[in-house]
Design a protein around this ligand. Structure first.
Ligand code: ADP
Ligand code: ZN
Length: 214
């Protein structure tokens, strides 16, 4: 099973990707997570990406394409994968198609999460993430049992530096301009499946599963 999760920042792609990963036993490939890890490790990639990420703009296409090119060839991707946050531009989508052709692979579905802008901002500003295991919480919607501590692994929760109002606005603009056109790209390929991304996690997951198996 090979899936692409498409949708604006805060749409719930990461949360649903983690559930899909468990259900189908295939890896979640999140370019955002890979880049954040690189920033934390302060390696070459991280130093290159940090400025763009902090500003809410995109990391250059060649950089993320290179990451994906290597990642999808790893052994754990043989049975499939979930792309979360990639592709994000038409160039990335075209390159991905090229890579898949080379590997003689196809995408089973592109799930497009639709959520209204007001809800997105609420989700992003209240979001807290576990530094250790990546689990996500929300200060109002899905609070951890103990404030600041992950329910699953006791790791420390943190707020992403790009989850502030100014950067969120910028990320939304970038999404509309660069990423939203991919809906048309994939609908022309006949792969696009749009779903309502409002509601609670379990509800959305059942919509996701229905679309994936239809
Ligand atoms: P969100 O979808 O909530 O904005 P992500 O974790 O997917 O968050 O991405 C965070 C940041 O990482 C983006 O704002 C961007 O700077 C960078 N990034 C992630 N994926 C890509 C990509 N495919 N192309 C370019 N930049 C990316
Ligand atoms: Zn954790």
């Amino acid at each position: 099973m090979r899936l692409i999760l498409l949708g604006p920042p805060g749409a719930g792609k990461g949360t649903q990707a983690k559930l899909l990963m468990k259900k189908y036993n295939i890896p979640q490939i999140s370019t955002g997570d890979i880049l954040r890890r690189a920033v934390q490790d302060d390696n070459d990639l991280g130093r290159k990406a940090k400025t763009s990420m902090d500003a809410g703009s995109l990391v250059p296409d060649e950089t993320v394409i290179g990451l994906i090119r290597e990642r999808i060839r790893e052994a754990d991707c043989a049975r499939g994968f979930i792309l979360d946050g990639f592709p994000r531009t038409e160039v990335q989508a075209e390159k991905l198609d090229e890579m898949l052709r080379e590997l003689e692979l196809t995408i089973d579905a592109v799930l497009d999460f639709s959520v209204d802008a007001e809800e997105l901002v609420l989700r992003l500003t209240g979001r807290r993430t576990c530094r250790e295991c990546g689990a996500m919480f929300h200060v109002d919607g899905r609070p951890p049992k103990r404030s600041g501590v992950c329910d699953h692994c006791d790791g420390a929760l943190y707020q992403r530096p790009d989850d502030n109002q100014a950067t969120i606005t910028k990320r939304m603009e970038v999404y509309e301009k660069e990423t939203a056109p991919l809906k048309k790209y994939y609908s022309q390929q006949g792969n696009l499946k749009t779903l309502e991304g409002a509601g609670d996690t379990e509800q959305i997951f059942s919509r996701v599963c229905q679309l994936v198996s239809s």
